[in-house]
Design a binder for this molecule. Structure first.
Ligand code: ADP
Length: 259
């Protein structure tokens, strides 16, 4: 009678982590990692226990953006201890290889790294684990969507058509995989000239808002091209940790996602 219980598909959600939120984009270079890092810092500032898993394996910029470097420590049980900055515990392949070295891996190795980063990192108790996905609709997103009980995904796009077309594919994939879509974030839409105050739209105007409307998903934030955001990313001082307008924009985003 009864027989054997059905084997469960291996789950990839660390025990102490309440929620995993993925940050994706259709294309590279639209500011996905910048948003992931600053959102993580803003959530930590708001009192959440936050982790950041930089799963953008081919372009791991998370450590630089948080000012972290050096190999993480390993405890007696061989668990990796994620280093912490700005209240955010972070893990990234970028902490395992020298900066400037290429990661030359095939898909299965990538999946191995992802599993290791979820299963062999001592994340501890976290309210939110932010996952910075590789751009596009590849394996990492697929695996996480199927095995990690994602709370939802946030998609970052610039307003240009080429970025939006790819972002749409990402949203479509999330829908097909039943991953809740928190919404779209428009990045680098406006540029305000520091000399004359003129507002320009180098990547077009209104495209992400239109896209959000036509897809029926919320537009979560509109973030301008901002020198401090770029400098902060390069120098390991995330703009969300400061006090200015961008810090307030990220605080707003963090509170929308905490609702
Ligand atoms: P992705 O993760 O999509 O490849 P990144 O977050 O690495 O993109 O951003 C690419 C570059 O653009 C980085 O140098 C980053 O500092 C810069 N950047 C991103 N968002 C902004 C912004 N709103 N204003 C100015 N520079 C930005």
């Amino acid at each position: 009678i009864g027989g054997h219980p059905k084997p469960q598909a291996a789950k990839l959600k660390p025990a102490g982590v309440k929620q995993i939120i993925a940050v994706g984009s259709g294309k590279g270079g639209v500011g996905k990692s910048t948003v992931a890092v600053n959102l993580a810092v803003a959530l930590a500032k708001a009192g959440k226990r936050v982790g950041l898993l930089d799963a953008d394996i081919y372009g791991p910029s998370g450590p630089r953006m948080l000012g972290l470097s050096g190999k993480p420590q390993v405890d007696d049980d061989n668990m990796i201890l994620p280093p912490e900055a700005y209240g955010v515990r972070m893990m990234s392949i970028g902490l395992m290889v020298e900066e400037g070295q290429a990661v030359v891996w095939r898909g299965p190795m990538l999946m191995g790294a992802l599993q290791q980063f979820l299963g062999e990192v001592l994340w501890g108790e976290l309210d939110v684990l932010i996952v910075d996905l590789p751009p596009g609709t590849g394996d990492v997103f697929l695996t996480l969507a199927q095995k990690s009980e994602l709370a939802g995904i946030v998609m970052v796009s610039t307003p240009q058509d080429v970025a939006l077309i790819d972002a749409r594919k990402g949203i479509d994939m999330a829908k097909k995989l039943n991953v809740p879509i928190f919404g779209l974030i428009e990045n680098m839409a406006t540029y305000i000239c520091p000399n004359c105050g003129h507002e320009a739209h180098p990547f077009g105007h209104g495209g992400v808002a239109r896209e959000a409307k036509s897809l029926g998903v919320p537009l979560l934030a509109q973030l301008p091209i901002d020198l401090d955001t770029r400098l902060g990313g390069d120098e390991g001082r995330p703009v969300a940790a400061g006090e200015g307008a961008m810090a307030r924009a990220y605080a707003d985003l963090a509170s929308r996602l905490s609702e």
